[in-house]
Design a protein around this ligand. Sequence first.
Ligand SMILES: Cc1cc2nc3c(=O)[nH]c(=O)nc-3n(C[C@H](O)[C@H](O)[C@H](O)COP(=O)(O)OP(=O)(O)OC[C@H]3O[C@@H](n4cnc5c(N)ncnc54)[C@H](O)[C@@H]3O)c2cc1C
Length: 396
Amino acid sequence: MTGGTAGNTVAGRLAEIPGISVLVIEAGKSSYGVKAISTPALATSLVESEYDWQYQATLVDRPDFKRVENAVTRGKVLGGSSSLNYYSWHRGTAAQYNEWELYGGKTWNWEACKPYFSKSTTVNTTSKPSLLPITLTNVGSNGPVKLRIVDPAPLGDAVVKAWVSKGYPLANDIFNGFAIGLTHLVASVDDGIRWSSVSFLEDKSNISVLTETKVSKIILEDQPSSGSGDKYKATGVEILGGKIIKAKKEVIVSGGVFESPHLLMLSGIGPKEELEKHGIECKVNSPHVGKNLQEHVIMPQVFRLKEGSSLDTWYRPGPQLDSATRQYDEFKTGPLASPILEFSGYMRIDERLALCPAYVLAKEKNGGKDPLGPNGTPHFEFDFVVCPTCPIMETE
Ligand SMILES: Cc1cc2nc3c(=O)[nH]c(=O)nc-3n(C[C@H](O)[C@H](O)[C@H](O)COP(=O)(O)OP(=O)(O)OC[C@H]3O[C@@H](n4cnc5c(N)ncnc54)[C@H](O)[C@@H]3O)c2cc1C
């Protein structure tokens, strides 16, 4: 398996079984000792860096929207996208997981998944008091990923006041399967550093990690008489350059939303006509592989603030950044320990959507059920970010 968020998590769990040995094969470099990854406030400096696959998305050309190329960030480093992401820790809603049951069966609904979320994390309950009431009992207390409530930043209280003044609700427990309202975030930052999925690998002598090693193909071998009904069995992987690594038990594909389908298709698993176009022998005709990607759009709004009301003041080269750097280097505290996002507000906009003909049609086609937010799931997330830039400094 590859060394991203899901891969390391599963590797760590499998390694708890006595007698099992796990090999993690990661295309990117190791994340150990990389300051831009461990320092919370430097997260945005990783976009289009050597730790990013550096994909570009071409947005759809429409009369009201200019076609542009846009960076799509995906972690290419040990820890995968959990080594690059923006730390906000939440689970989504019960309704979203319950939709998985249709595809994955009874073990893939909210109730079945819930214990595993808590198993992943330890939340630091000694963090500074939150600006909003927040319930941490459902988060987790004994897992490898460390979390804490984000320290209140300048302007936080004004955001809460503005939100409440509009009559919008507060959400004090977004971990219970329902999330509507404004919440003070819990982040995968503690002791002043990023906690990525790499923490699942620590202290596990039965896990081996190969970095800077790209898997180019899954080896599929004929198994005509296995009785399972499957014609092929995955028995290992081929590494870029031709080296073969055989698996004693099984191969787990965890390359993320772009690379997993890519790897499956290179291995002959995917839509037959698509594979044939590229001269790849189709071993398993699986028409959905590489299809139906969904992505969320972000609409940033940037406000000019009075000097000192955001963390920007600390992030421009000069004496304040120098002092923040010294504080961070010595104590792992201060502006550089900030995980960027402080609040998220989760909202539904049914009344507005009802005025949108494309939405009304999509809902009709979906048997009258909301196609965007099933069973009360929020339609959008409002993120309050304490600075539009990231510290301008030498990171390595
Ligand atoms: C910039 C950014 C900010 C985000 N912020 C948040 C947030 O605040 N909160 C939140 O909940 N989510 C956030 N996300 C989303 C979240 O981080 C991802 O959804 C999640 O990490 C994806 O996990 P994954 O295991 O599917 O893939 P990844 O973690 O991306 O892992 C895939 C791994 O496989 C490796 N790999 C791929 N192909 C190969 C190959 N052929 N050979 C060897 N290795 C290979 C990759 O290099 C990578 O390490 C953010 C994502 C990004 C990019």
